[in-house]
Design a protein around this ligand. Structure first.
Ligand SMILES: [Zn+2]
Length: 137
């Protein structure tokens, strides 16, 4: 039994309900709907209502379904951010806002603890270099 939880970064409501992370999303032309995200880092399966078609390559904004805050990260604009709590430790969890793009990051104290996805290198600039490189800077 996993003890992973996902929280809104504003109201800290629990967004992992019934086995999926539940977020609101707004896509091209303002089309809105609910997206269920898979809680496993690196699993990009999503569930939506059949009438809410996700358009590949389009940028979506994500919202907390409880307090309606925008979950897009303010500094890393192409990414959305949630808090992830795993066995009592809290992380920042980032994922790409582009539909179909596979990139996710689990970050603690600005260090990437875990990342996944074919497109993750596109966002490498947002995160600190691994510790072993820092001594050369
Ligand atoms: Zn919230």
């Amino acid at each position: 039994m996993s003890t992973t939880d996902y929280l809104c970064t504003y109201c800290r409501s629990h967004l992992l309900v019934g086995g999926n992370i539940i977020v609101g999303a707004k896509g091209p032309k303002g089309k809105m709907g609910i997206i269920l995200l898979h809680p496993e880092l690196g699993n990009y399966d999503i569930v939506t209502h059949p009438e809410f078609n996700i358009e590949e390559g389009e940028s979506y904004s994500f919202y907390c379904p409880v307090c309606h805050s925008k979950l897009n990260d303010k500094e890393k604009d192409e990414l959305a951010k949630l808090y992830m709590v795993e066995n009592g430790d809290e992380y920042e969890f980032y994922f790409s806002r582009l539909a179909g793009e596979k990139a996710s990051f689990k970050v603690k104290d600005k260090e990437v603890e875990e990342d996944a996805g074919f497109h993750k290198d596109r966002y490498a600039r947002y995160f600190d270099l691994p510790k072993e490189y820092k001594k050369y800077l």
